[in-house]
Design a protein around this ligand. Structure first.
Ligand SMILES: O=P(O)(O)OC[C@H](O)CO
Length: 168
């Protein structure tokens, strides 16, 4: 679904209908990812693989949205670059500390994904006026929480490595 979303976003970036289509595809994709995790928890099917793979699936989708929005000139590149460095840096770190334990997504990481999703949908939609301001505020909140939770994960990884176990 990520390539289809990217195509719809980039094909006609300044036509309102295509932007609404891109936003709708994004919502379906992110809800599918979240339903997947919900079902795994509900049916007690949580695996170490799922703990590693789920955040990667989220990042593929949100990463494409951030890059696409910067390509079409809707979002500063520096915001996209900082967020991508945080997201993929944490992913690499998860694999580096794997021998000490699986660092699953925490509450902060989940909140960050929700905030990013809300901000991205608002940016994908062809909004104007006060809603444009709401979108900017949502993106600022998502940016701050993304950076802060990234630093939290670094602290957790250092602890995990030092103690040789998963942090509480
Ligand atoms: O911040 P992360 O890397 O834990 O990612 C969080 C996930 O996307 C939540 O499902």
């Amino acid at each position: 679904m990520v390539p289809v979303f990217a195509w719809v976003l980039l094909a006609h970036p300044h036509e309102a209908g295509w932007r609404v289509g891109a936003a709708a595809l994004f919502v379906v994709a992110i809800l599918t990812d979240s339903l997947d995790g919900h079902l795994a928890r509900k049916h007690d099917l949580i695996t170490s693989f799922g703990k590693l793979a789920d955040p990667i699936a989220d990042k593929a989708l949100t990463g494409m949205a951030f890059i696409g929005l910067s390509i079409i000139g809707e979002l500063w590149w520096w915001v996209t670059v900082v967020i991508l460095v945080r997201e993929w840096g944490i992913t690499v770190m998860r694999f580096v500390v794997l021998r000490y334990g699986v660092m699953a997504a925490g509450r902060g990481g989940k909140l960050k994904t929700v905030l990013q999703a809300v901000a991205l949908v608002l940016y994908l939609l062809p909004l104007s006026g006060v809603l444009d301001v709401v979108a900017t505020v949502a993106m600022a909140a998502a940016f701050v929480v993304t950076v802060v939770t990234g630093l939290d994960y670094v602290r957790d990884a250092v602890r995990l490595r030092r103690d040789g176990r998963r942090p509480a």
